[in-house]
Every structure is written in structure tokens, then in C-alpha cells.
Design a protein around this ligand. Structure first.
Ligand code: TPP
Ligand code: MG
Length: 430
């Protein structure tokens, strides 16, 4: 904005004298008339722009026209929030789509997509479990079996431009972002052809070309990182939503709340998803969390939260779709989702599992399995027969098997690759 533009703002606000009084009221700093008058010639300095924008807003003068006064990432809505001081919500609630809504809104193709993605993730993870037990995968390895309904219900509504980020339980997110299974197996087995040249491994899968930003081993670290991605997208005026996944254990990390504050302050286009599988690393939510309604954890920042059943993928899809559209089109971010789910396997492959009973796992598998739930939907609505679904499953198993065998046949990388991609200079990896 030109200096003339600034001069006209000052005159719209009643001239230098009036503006000086108002700025002194608004802030703790002392400012004199002479300084404010000097802005007519020199322009409003950065440090005073937000205060001036607030004066415009208070006078109902078209701030939209003067949005350049605001620093990157700050919108006029932020000013309103600052003015009215953000209200604490008690609007968080449990969301669920009814059977009727599901039948009316989920067609055969959509249900099939969700079903097939869940199956692909499960069969992939089962194979990974086998390879790990055979000693072919090094390091830690966390399987997503049982939780497939969440990523599948969300991937089926997201666009390629939307961004995903999660913790170390990340194989499913990589599969859902359509990375070829062969590349993921190679990455896990440390072979040539791995998605990250076999340097990331199980906990650090990454696919930047499909906006999947990892795979992170530090519990909770993906929350500020995801918040930063959402900030960048807003700053660059990209119309996308960031989905940031983390666990019920991660929700007690301090950095989560620092990130929530910033996301709420700047109204970032982000959906935080707590994948509440009821356990951290050997401890249940009840034993680790003072307040277990995790979907309400954003309330003190004005972040609305919703609890959704992650074991009911079709209901989750419909509920999330509404929220997604609000965040994408109506600037309603951030939003917090607690997706209730369950993991059937140990925390990692080396977990004795003493903190829960076999019976609990068995009962969940039998009564709440997300894949079985959608299978029943497909059959009950006469979309597919049991045989057709069985042969689909067999096809996926074959696809997984052949990718895993091919990966096992791949060579190990040369040791010298350890020194590649260490520095990044002028667009070239060195
Ligand atoms: C900062 C930090 N603290 C501790 C750990 C060790 N750790 C790894 S996973 C985990 C439990 C996290 O549980 P949750 O967030 O519920 O995720 P889940 O594994 O259930 O998906 C812990 C404590 C870590 N990796 N990083
Ligand atoms: Mg957990």
C-alpha cells in the first residue's frame, strides 16, 4: 500500500490528533502526535499497523480494503477475535451419522473405495508384521491394524492438495496417499527403491509429492509441524486443509497446546485428529490422562471438538466431510476430532501387552471391526455378494504378497548413499 493510502487511512480515522489519542488508549506505549503526523509522509510503521487496523474495524471502515496492514497469516477475523476476546466453547460434542443418513449419502462406489483402502492397509500391515517377525525389518515398527477406518474415511473425502502428517504409526497414511506398496516395503526392508531411499524406515515414511509430511518419532512433534504446514498454506493462499493425526498419549504433550493456541489465534485451516486407540505405550488413557474427554482439549483456545466413532468408517466419513467443507470453504479451522478406535496389535512389535486382556481385544475385533462393518453394509445393500468381496480380498492379498516378494529380492543400497542428500544447496542435493 502506498504512503498515500496510509495518509487517507489517517484522515478517515479523524486525523493525526484523534488517532494519537486512540492509539494511546489501545496500547501501553506512549505515542505523540508529532510521530503520528509523520506517518502521513512516511507511512505507518509495521509495529503500529495492527492497532490502526483495529481502529478501522471499530469504526466499521472497510478493513478488508486495508488488509495489507495486517502481518502475514493474520486475518481480519483475528482482529475480531482479539477485540471480543475468544469465547470458551462448550459446544464440543459427539457426532454420529444415522443409518438412514448413511444409506442416503453413501453410494456403492464410495463405500467400495473406503472398504478397499481399509483392506489394503490391513493386508499390508499383516505382511509387515510377518516380515518383522522374520527379522527382516530393523528398528521399531508400529502397526495400524484395527484403526483403518479413520484414514480410509478421511482419505476418501480429501483432495491430493490436502496435507497429511502423523506420528510413527504411519504406514497406513503412506498407503492411503497411494505410494506403491513396493516402495514402502523396500523402505521398511532397507532396500533400493525405498520411498526415502531406505533412510527413513518404518517411523519416518514421507511422500512430499502427495503432501504426506511424515512419519515422526517424537510423540506430539507432528502437531506443531502440522500447524506450521497449515500456516504456510494460509500464508500462500493455498486452498487446502491439513489433517494432523496424533495419539491419545501425544495429547498430553505441552507442544500440542502451544500449537493449538497459534492455530486458533490465526484460524488456520487444520483438522487435528486424535486417534484414540485407548492406549499409549503400555498405559491406558484413564491411567495417563486427568481429563479423558479428549475432544474437549481445545476448548480453552476456542477450538471446537467432536468425538467420532473411528470404528464406523461410513459415519466418520459423513461427519468429517461436513467439518472438512467448513474448514476449507468457511474458514472454520482449526477443529479437533477425537476418533475412538482400537489397535489389535501391540504398541510396537515388541510389546508384551500386559496392560489389557486378550478378551478385550477379541471382543473389539468381533463386535466393532471397521472392515467387517463396511463389508456388512456392502452385502446388506446388495452392492456386492460375499463371493465378490472375498475375491477382492484375495486380489489385494496377492498384490501385497507380490510387492513384498519383489522388495525382498531387491538389493541393499550401496553404503556410499549414506553421504547423499546430506546437504541441500541451490536446488541440488549434495
Ligand atoms: C517425546 C517422546 N516421549 C516418549 C516417547 C516414547 N513413546 C513412543 S510412542 C509412545 C506412546 C504414544 O502413545 P499414543 O500417542 O497414544 O500413540 P499410539 O502409539 O497409541 O498410536 C511413547 C511414550 C517418544 N517417542 N517421544
Ligand atoms: Mg494411543
Amino acid at each position: 500500500m502506498s504512503v498515500n493510502g496510509h495518509a487517507s487511512i489517517i484522515s478517515k480515522l479523524g486525523g493525526g490528533k484523534k488517532l494519537t489519542i486512540r492509539l494511546n488508549d489501545l496500547t501501553d506505549e506512549n505515542i505523540n502526535e508529532k510521530t503520528v503526523y509523520s506517518w502521513v509522509q512516511q507511512g505507518i510503521p509495521d509495529k503500529w499497523k495492527v492497532a490502526v487496523a483495529r481502529c478501522l474495524l471499530e469504526d466499521n471502515i472497510d478493513v478488508d480494503k486495508y488488509k495489507e496492514l495486517l502481518p502475514p497469516g493474520m486475518s481480519i477475523d483475528n482482529l475480531t477475535a482479539a477485540n471480543n476476546s475468544i469465547k470458551i466453547f462448550s459446544e464440543s460434542k459427539v457426532l454420529k451419522a444415522s443409518e438412514k443418513e448413511i444409506v442416503l449419502n453413501i453410494d456403492k462406489n464410495l463405500a467400495l473405495n473406503i472398504y478397499q483402502l481399509m483392506l489394503k492397509v490391513r493386508r499390508f500391515e499383516e505382511k509387515v508384521g510377518q516380515l518383522y517377525s522374520m527379522g527382516l525389518i530393523g528398528g521399531f515398527c508400529h502397526l495400524y491394524i484395527g484403526q483403518e477406518g479413520i484414514i480410509s474415511g478421511i482419505e476418501s473425502l480429501a483432495s491430493e492438495d490436502d496435507c497429511f502428517i502423523t506420528g510413527y504409526r504411519c504406514h497406513a497414511h503412506m498407503v492411503s496417499r497411494a505410494e506403491p506398496l513396493l516402495n514402502i516395503f523396500c523402505e521398511l526392508l532397507g532396500k533400493n527403491g525405498g520411498s526415502s531411499k531406505a533412510k527413513g524406515g518404518s517411523m519416518h515414511l514421507f511422500k512430499a509429492d502427495k503432501n504426506f509430511f511424515g512419519g515422526h518419532g517424537i510423540v506430539g512433534a507432528q502437531v506443531p509441524l502440522g500447524t506450521g504446514i497449515a500456516f504456510a498454506n494460509k500464508y500462500l493462499n493455498k486452498k487446502t486443509v491439513t489433517f494432523c493425526f496424533f495419539g491419545d498419549g501425544a495429547v498430553n504433550q505441552g507442544q500440542v497446546y502451544e500449537a493449538f493456541n497459534m492455530a486458533a489465534l490465526w484460524q488456520l485451516p487444520i483438522i487435528y485428529i486424535i486417534e484414540n486407540n485407548q492406549y499409549g505405550m503400555g498405559t491406558s488413557v484413564e491411567r495417563a490422562s486427568a481429563m479423558t474427554e479428549l475432544f474437549r482439549r481445545g476448548e480453552s483456545f476456542g477450538i471446537k471438538g467432536y468425538e467420532i466413532d473411528g470404528m464406523d468408517p461410513l459415519s466418520l466419513h459423513l461427519c468429517m466431510k461436513k467439518i472438512y467443507q467448513q474448514v476449507l470453504n468457511e474458514n472454520k479451522g482449526p477443529i479437533l476430532i477425537e476418533a475412538k478406535t482400537y489397535r489389535y496389535r501391540g504398541h510396537s512389535m515388541s510389546d508384551p501387552g500386559k496392560y489389557r486382556t486378550r478378551q478385550e481385544i477379541q471382543e473389539t475385533r468381533e463386535n466393532r471391526d471397521p472392515i467387517e462393518r463396511v463389508r456388512t453394509f456392502l452385502i446388506d445393500n446388495n452392492f456386492y455378494s460375499e463371493d465378490e468381496l472375498k475375491s477382492m480380498d484375495n486380489k489385494i492379498k496377492e498384490e501385497v504378497l507380490s510387492a513384498s516378494e519383489e522388495a525382498r529380492d531387491m538389493d541393499l543400497p550401496k553404503e556410499s548413499i549414506l553421504f547423499d542428500d546430506v546437504y541441500y544447496e541451490n536446488g541440488i542435493n549434495k
